[in-house]
Design a protein around this ligand. Structure first.
Ligand code: ZN
Ligand code: ZN
Length: 336
């Protein structure tokens, strides 16, 4: 099945963390983390509408300037989610430059920043190019707990983790996928047309079968009939991105919860088990701990990244430790 959204790591696993989520059928992309964005083309960066930053350690946030440089003359806003205190971080980065060339005639580029803390978005502010990026407070959006973005076709969830500082991880959940089966349309003698978009939307919203779908003037068809003959529905994919967290019970519970049932779990796996003490000192996961979380969450595939440079010659060992813990109900090593 063709996936609406395709995810790929921006860098090699020893370089900065970051995930690029590309929408196949529209000029749009999302970013999880803002590390080195070097491998992304200008065109790809220009597609980014929403960015989700785990925390402000430099390897997760240094790409902000590069993104800003590209988006500055784009009319569409960029929305950025980060942990508590993040609005001030963005304000600080913007404050590092002179903006005297911006005025009321500039392209109306806006940066909307929201902070996620506990289990919800707690603060929001915007910075407009036309106002030389002065901070303007906004009311936080009205979103359900754990949501940082909610749209018709998908949503993004966040959870907060202990990494000595608060660090966020994210999961994108597509709603059900709905495709049209053309022979079914022919059989019901229904025309192709814009009404199908409305019908697909109703299906994605999981409205009841009796829902009446408007085809043309005086021509209605029940949603259930379309479900039976015209639509091919599949589960929407879940893509989880877990970074920079200590392996402790509450983090583990939240990590498993966020990654549960993911088709793809991108997870930090930076340290070998032999260096578990070091990993824990830095409030990071080992590869084996990443594997335990992947197994407990029942994910389909775990993709490790954010490897510590100390293992430059030992990449396969990191991958093996994760795979072993992912596959075995009883791990043969003891996480520290
Ligand atoms: Zn960190
Ligand atoms: Zn990191």
């Amino acid at each position: 099945m063709t996936r609406l959204i395709q995810a790929r790591l921006i860098n090699e696993p020893f370089d900065d963390p970051g995930l690029f989520l590309d929408f196949r059928f529209s000029r749009r992309a999302l970013l999880f983390d803002l590390g080195d964005l070097g491998p992304l083309s200008t065109r790809e960066i220009m597609r980014v509408t929403d960015v989700f930053v785990s925390h402000a350690h430099v390897d997760h946030f240094i790409g902000f300037d590069r993104m800003l440089r590209h988006l500055l003359h784009r009319p569409g806003p960029v929305n950025i989610t980060g942990p508590v205190g993040f609005i001030a971080r963005v304000e600080g980065r913007l404050g590092g430059y002179s903006w005297n060339l911006l005025d009321g005639n500039s392209v109306d580029f806006r940066i909307v920043v929201q902070e996620f803390s506990g289990d919800r978005v707690t603060a929001r502010a915007e910075f407009r190019a036309r106002e030389a990026f002065r901070r303007r407070e906004l009311d936080p959006p009205d979103l359900p707990p754990s949501r940082v973005l909610q749209e018709e076709a998908f949503s993004v969830e966040a959870a907060e983790f202990d990494h000595a500082i608060p660090s966020l991880s994210f999961a994108l959940q597509e709603k059900i996928s709905v495709n049209v089966w053309t022979p079914g349309l022919t059989r019901l003698r229904l025309p192709v047309g814009p009404w199908l978009n409305e019908a697909k939307r109703a299906a994605r919203q999981e409205l009841p079968d009796e829902t009446s779908i408007h085809v043309a003037t005086g021509w209605e068809v029940p949603l259930g009939e379309l479900r039976e003959h015209v639509f091919r529905q599949g589960p929407g994919q879940r893509i989880a991105y877990l970074v920079d967290m200590a392996f402790q019970p509450e983090n583990r519970r939240r990590a498993v919860n966020l990654a549960r049932g993911a088709d793809q779990l991108f997870i930090e796996a930076g340290f070998l088990n032999e260096d578990a003490a070091l990993a824990h000192g830095h409030r990071h996961l080992t590869a084996a701990e990443a594997g335990i979380i992947a197994r407990e969450a029942g994910v389909n595939r775990a993709i490790p990244f954010h490897f510590s440079a100390r293992y430059f010659e030992r990449e396969q060992e990191l991958r093996d430790e994760l795979e072993k813990a992912f596959a075995n109900p009883v791990a043969t090593f003891t996480p520290g």
